[in-house]
Ligand binder design. Structure first.
Ligand SMILES: Nc1ncnc2c1ncn2[C@@H]1O[C@H](COP(=O)(O)OP(=O)(O)O)[C@@H](O)[C@H]1O
Ligand SMILES: [Mg+2]
Length: 319
């Protein structure tokens, strides 16, 4: 992206970011831009680098290489972080503090009047819980308290790291509804998840991260249509090239003396596979986890920039 294209509604701009923990490379050249009101889901298996990227955005980690700009400033500066709301993967609350006190405290720390807490408590359905100790609430209620604390400053960007991990389906749904209302008011959202199914409910755009690189990007529907949703596992004498040529094979990975073949059409694949290798043994078909689904993805064929349209080309970097 050129400087001129960084328009006024750019909320987050990440350019060529690398990050190492010692010798381990966690981010290997990531670019990403978000505009106001846009929701991007950062999807990737465990260890992909999602939390590292999020921690660069929320100022917890310094940028070792590349550039991170939040509302035009450096997220390491406290003044810039005023534009940011953060919901972490799991946060314990101090045992004594009540919901209302936590949200009021967050408002005051953000330079807002104490009175800013009440409307946010109402927005999140927490008014009746304001006098309860946060540490004793259910998982879904605790997440809403975190979200209230993040939203009370009316941030330009909300960053959420696997916010619904461990929540049941109704709690998840409620969480996403609240976010959708905020997005309608112009808040940009960057949310990490390792659940591909969840991205459809959340995001305008999905950016798939694996081994610290963006390996695919596109609308949730386009990605879901291309990523394998089943894994065929077997012991076979057929080589990887032959397996990759099977009808419907999207990815092939060796795993000890087994192979794992990602597909969206296990039936037609299996017919040919069994015909080609009558000796095949130890056959299983499983729902594809994300680590299987991202095998074979190498680079995005859709931009990691906002497109300004909901048009779906259905193209992702699946080979
Ligand atoms: N504090 C750390 N020290 C050393 N390595 C780390 C640290 N945090 C993360 N890593 C490594 O960096 C990579 C990316 O991790 P992370 O950003 O947590 O991924 P994700 O959130 O997608 O699971 C992983 O290989 C992980 O083991
Ligand atoms: Mg993580």
């Amino acid at each position: 992206m050129t400087q001129e294209k960084a328009t006024a509604d750019t909320v987050l701009e990440i350019r060529a970011v690398h990050h190492r923990y010692g010798r381990a490379l966690a981010l290997d050249g990531v670019d990403l831009r978000l505009v106001a009101g846009e929701c991007v889901a950062l999807l990737g298996p465990n260890g992909a680098g999602k939390t590292t990227l999020v921690n660069l955005v929320n100022g917890l980690l310094p940028a070792q290489a590349g550039r991170v700009r939040l509302a035009g400033g450096d997220p390491r500066d406290a003044a810039t972080r005023r534009h940011l709301g953060v919901v972490q993967q799991s946060l314990g609350f101090p045992d004594t503090l009540k919901v209302g006190e936590l949200v009021t405290g967050a408002a005051v720390r953000a330079g807002m009047p104490r009175a800013a807490a009440a409307p946010v408590l109402a927005e999140l359905g927490l008014t009746d819980l304001a006098g309860r100790r946060a540490a004793r609430l259910s998982g879904g209620q605790k997440q809403r308290v975190q979200l209230a604390m993040a939203l009370v400053s009316d941030p330009a960007l909300l960053v959420l790291d696997e916010p619904t991990a461990g929540l049941d389906v109704p709690a998840r749904r409620r969480f996403w509804q609240i976010l959708a209302q905020r997005r309608a008011r112009g808040t940009a959202v960057l949310v990490t998840t390792h659940l591909i199914a969840e991205t459809a409910a959340i995001a305008d755009r999905v950016v798939v991260l694996d081994h610290g690189r963006v390996v695919a990007a596109g609308s949730p529907a386009a990605l879901a249509a291309r990523l394998p949703d089943r894994t065929v596992i077997a012991r076979t004498s057929l080589g990887p090239a032959r397996l990759a040529g099977l009808p419907g094979a999207v990815s092939v990975r060796e795993d000890g003396d087994h192979v794992r073949i990602g597909t969206r059409a296990p039936e037609s694949l299996l017919r040919v596979l069994l015909a080609e290798d009558p000796e095949l043994s130890d056959l299983r078909v499983e729902g594809a986890g994300l680590s299987d689904a991202v095998v074979g993805l190498t680079e995005p064929t859709e931009p990691t920039e906002p497109t300004g349209s909901t048009e779906q080309t259905g193209k992702v970097g699946v080979r």
